[in-house]
Design a protein around this ligand. Structure first.
Ligand code: IPD
Ligand code: CA
Ligand code: CA
Length: 278
């Protein structure tokens, strides 16, 4: 993309991919090297110098590609008030990244006039680029399609319940975990909500969910999943959210499966803690 402003979703998607690929080599070099970890909300919420450096690189590439565009980044917040907003998580799964576990990604969404129109999620260790603009979703350029079994035969990827979830939801978190444990064939705690969404989009898993999420955790993944035929159901205060990036709590599923009981469970807990207004 040149310096003229282009709002074509395919061009925005290409630029998001370029930005992610530009940041990836330094992250791969840092991965499994000595690094110090700082804390944000609490001792479970970690950040490294590499998160911040990657976000700077990504923002530079995006704003050079579309001058005047705004970036909402996890590490630096929001800059400006433009029609085009990039929603950036430089590392989703920082706890894994810092510990040497190979389940983390770079997540970038392009939001135009409030709607996400393109998303790219790069898993640099596996060499997987999940992406979607206004056509179908792709993995390394090849079309992907989600698929979902009903809960009894389904695999659920989630980080739930995190310590923060337990603080927020109390015993309700363990009650929902018991329901999940009984009704799903497998459930795995992964540490990267964005990569979970990408894996459901690719058909490698059936469903994913989370509480008290942020726009940068879900914007790209929800878009890729929906372009792969899946469904993202988001809530704020138990009320359906208009857009994934405005939701706090969510269940996302591949095409076909019936996950009503999980959706109801998340909605009920969502109603107990979160504010409704967007
Ligand atoms: C976290 C991951 C994790 C989720 C947390 C997020 P981060 O993002 O997505 O799966 O449970 O709520 O904050 O901090 O690694 O970017
Ligand atoms: Ca994140
Ligand atoms: Ca992050």
């Amino acid at each position: 993309m040149t310096t003229h402003t282009s709002y074509d979703p395919n061009a925005l998607c290409d630029l998001a991919e370029i930005a992610a690929r530009t940041a990836a080599p330094a992250l791969l070099t840092a991965f499994r090297s000595e690094m110090s970890v700082a804390f944000k909300r609490d001792a479970h919420d970690v950040v490294t110098v590499h998160d911040k450096a990657a976000e700077r690189v990504i923002s530079t590439v995006l704003q050079r590609g579309v001058p005047g565009s705004e970036v909402l980044g996890e590490e630096t917040g929001s800059s400006g008030d433009a029609r085009l907003r990039w929603i950036v998580d430089p590392i989703d799964g920082t706890a894994n990244f810092a510990r040497g576990l190979a389940y983390w990604c770079i997540s970038i969404a392009a939001e135009l006039d409030g709607e996400v129109v393109a998303g790219a999620i790069l898993d640099p260790v596996a060499g997987n680029m999940f992406a979607a603009a206004d056509g179908g979703a792709t993995l390394n350029g090849t079309p992907i399609r989600s698929a979902s079994a009903a809960d009894g035969r389904a695999t659920l990827l989630t980080s739930f319940p995190t310590q923060h979830d337990v603080d927020l939801l109390g015993d309700g978190a363990f009650e929902l975990l018991a329901q999940i444990t009984r009704s799903y064939q497998h459930h795995h705690s992964t540490g990267s909500g964005a990569l979970n969404l990408a894996h459901v989009a690719a058909g490698w898993s059936d469903a994913t969910m989370g509480f008290d999420t942020h726009p940068w955790d879900v914007a790209a993944g929800a878009h890729i999943l929906s372009r792969a035929g899946g469904t993202y159901t988001g809530f704020r205060g138990g009320v359906p959210a208009n857009r994934p990036q405005h939701s706090l709590d969510y269940v996302a599923t591949g095409a076909g499966g019936d996950h009503r009981a999980l959706i109801d469970g998340v909605r009920d807990l969502s109603a107990r803690w979160a504010p409704e207004a967007e």
